[in-house]
Design a protein around this ligand. Structure first.
Ligand SMILES: Nc1nc2c([nH]c(=O)n2[C@H]2C[C@H](O)[C@@H](COP(=O)(O)OP(=O)(O)OP(=O)(O)O)O2)c(=O)[nH]1
Length: 139
């Protein structure tokens, strides 16, 4: 039997795997106070009205990490689809190897560059686990 809830919203979030010259990927710790605080995630955020998911990633990378990239530097890799308690998440994951500046946690969040095969050692949101094999295959 289906447990579909018509009142449960679909949330569109765009995320990015930033890749460095050594094939490591940046993950960031969700700040205290936010939902899923303390978990490690891909930088990104909610797609705002009027934005494309690519524009969201460019904006969030600037806001959260102080780096610049451009829409043509983002390549779609895969997506996450996960039923959270209060919303259904749809999250495209882009890969970006070309960016300007050095990422810093502009909101005080910790950052780590990790090899995809080591990502299982970091606690990530449940939506993210199925993304890891795609990064292992890519890198
Ligand atoms: N950025 C990001 N969000 C993720 C990942 N995995 C995952 O389940 N999420 C969920 C957590 C949140 O419910 C949602 C992202 O919302 P958010 O609160 O970080 O977005 P935002 O930066 O626009 O936040 P805010 O302005 O509302 O504070 O997606 C991930 O890898 N990266």
């Amino acid at each position: 039997m289906s447990d579909t809830n018509p009142a449960k919203p679909l949330l569109l979030v765009a995320a990015c795997a930033l890749v460095d010259a050594d094939g490591r990927v940046l993950i960031t710790e969700r700040p205290p106070g936010k939902q899923l605080a303390g978990l490690w995630e891909f930088p990104g955020g909610k797609v705002e009205t009027g934005e494309t998911p690519e524009e969201t990633v460019v904006r969030e990378l600037a806001e959260e990490l102080g780096i610049e990239t451009k829409v043509p530097c983002l390549a779609p890799l895969t997506f996450a689809s996960h039923a959270y308690e209060s919303f259904n998440l749809l999250m495209p994951l882009f890969v970006c190897r070309r960016f300007w500046g050095t990422p810093v946690g502009k909101e005080g969040q910790r950052l780590k560059w990790v090899r995809p095969r080591d990502m299982r050692n970091y606690e990530m949101p449940p939506a993210d686990a199925p993304l890891i094999p795609f990064l292992i295959d890519l890198l």
